[in-house]
Design a binder for this molecule. Structure first.
Ligand SMILES: [Zn+2]
Length: 187
């Protein structure tokens, strides 16, 4: 989950008052949608239809009239979205940073040596073609697996970390990579 930022005078802003509360509610839905889906302010016409209900077209037009919304071809764009909200890239970078910190913290609490930076991790994923080393699936959200688990003395560093999908990683649990492979046949 993340947050959207709304100016605390928003509800008194002349644009809002002119557009009316129903249109404002749609504008708020648009902000949440863009933040959730990481669209950088872009709203497809089908998403708008779903969020706006039966009166979506009238409400969207009101938002266009007061310039809280802009047309983007057939679709829409929230006016000045990126001036106030985080871009998709910034959100992804923040998530990566949190993941890195969490993994390094976890390694420390296991008394395991080593650290792994985001750059090293990206290189490891690239070296494996973005695939899980166990089942070969290409996924955008591969997890860091320790070939020798931390609980068995493995280090949290590049030479001991491989990309694995969530399913393989949790099934492998405290097995070593070799034990897991021989338990599940050749991958
Ligand atoms: Zn897998």
């Amino acid at each position: 989950m993340s947050w959207v930022r709304i100016d605390d005078h928003a509800t008194e802003h002349p644009k809002m008052l002119e557009a009316g509360m129903k249109a404002c509610a749609l504008w708020l839905s648009c902000l949440c949608y863009c933040s959730r889906e990481l669209t950088d302010g872009f709203v497809t016409v089908s998403a708008m239809r779903k969020m706006g209900g039966r009166a979506w077209k009238v409400l969207a037009q009101r938002l266009l009239d007061v310039r809280l919304l802009e047309c983007d071809g057939e679709d829409y764009r929230v006016h000045q979205y990126l001036d106030y909200q985080l871009s998709a890239e910034e959100v992804r970078r923040q998530r990566d940073r949190k993941y890195e910190a969490k993994r390094n913290r976890r390694a420390r609490t296991h008394g395991a040596g080593g650290t792994l930076s985001r750059v090293e991790w990206s290189a490891i994923v690239a070296r494996h073609d973005g695939r899980c080393v166990y089942c070969g699936q290409a996924l955008p959200d591969l997890t860091q697996d320790h070939a020798i688990p931390l609980s068995r003395g493995g280090r949290h560093e590049g030479s001991n970390v491989v990309p694995a999908c969530r399913s393989c990683n949790s099934r492998k649990h405290t097995k070593t990579a070799d034990e897991f492979r021989s338990a599940h046949g050749p991958s």
